[in-house]
Ligand binder design. Sequence first.
Ligand code: PLP
Length: 418
Amino acid sequence: MTSTDSPLPATSDDLEAAASALDAADPLRAYRDAFVGAETSLVYFDGNSLGRPPRASIDRLAAFARDEWGGRLIRGWDESWMQMPFEIGDAIGRAAIGAAPGQTVVGDSTTVLLYKLVRAAFDAQHAADPARVEIVVDRDNFPTDRYLVDGIARERGGGVRWIDVDTSAGVTADALRAAVGPSTAVVLLSHVAYRSGYLADAAAFTAIAHEAGALVVWDLCHSAGSVPVLADEWNFDLAVGCTYKYLNGGPGSPAFAYVAARHQDALAQPIQGWMGAADVFAMGPEYHPAEGMRRFLSGTPPIVGMLAMQDTLALIEEAGIDAIRAKSVALTEFALRAAHELLEPLGVTVASPREPEARGGHVTLSHPAMRAVTARLWSEDVIPDYRDPDGLRIGLSPLSTSFAETLTGLRAVARELG
Ligand SMILES: *Cc1c(COP(=O)(O)O)cnc(C)c1O
């Protein structure tokens, strides 16, 4: 249902003026043109699930198919492809997660990399101290994170310690402190909660887990490329993140893994494949893990899938992650202001932290009608996403979302509810 004649609140003009002023003053506004589709009137609130394609990636993908795959054929592996998981991993480390070279690699899906790292960390901790048998995770973490932790605990004869959380917020320092102790092997936490957008204090939480003798695996899916991460400075052990969200790698682009240099040679990941072996082409009778990050690979790297993310990584490096975060905060602040003026009078509640320092790049707005509203909005080219029980998730990609687009989208939500 669309109606162009529904009366808008008196504040609507102020919001319009505010959006124009914010766009005019936005130092990153030119970056929007670097993305396919930014010239259309479509409103995209789902860059935190699947980022828009960079225009440069179209040429990059075509040139790769023609010149490298087509021209170099199998020689491409020796000439450049074998190194790409490490080179692009280092670029992610530099542009987005504060990791010095040699600690980040692009590999399998997020799910598979999380499995490999959580299990490697569990095994190392349990071997060093047999009393460490628990994996700590919160009940509102992303499904794949909860499912794989449950599976690893069963597979290794361990247990899961669940942290209860407010689904409009996330894990607190006190809740984490109460959950970790001498029986904790590993803690798995999301830096930005996929539902509420809650931003965890990753440095403080890492310190809390370390005081209890635990290792932490950070899930960076909703922070990499939108919120500054300082993996080395914050003393991270391990981390995994998506590349098809704020890194715009395209549907199903492979995830990255970070392993702090101090842990690399002590961890054994469970999927022992030839690409992680010390001498890949020796093809010997037994598996001996490579030194450094190669041991965290298993099979042939998905090269085609890791091409596009390089274009967004270049944009992030150029713009700077701190400027990106500043824009992200301004976008979510503006979205909450517009929601307050246009949607809260219609019964919508905010299911995300109000304080910008406790919030990542998206906000969730709740109302019993949101499932139906989402379906109607998609058919009119306004694209948020829906998360149970009744949340409309507004993802705001700092490089490609404008304030005017944000207002247009929220006005469409108001029309649907009004
Ligand atoms: C998107 C997301 C995933 C996705 O995992 P895949 O293996 O890529 O499907 C995992 N964890 C979190 C927190 C996510 O937001």
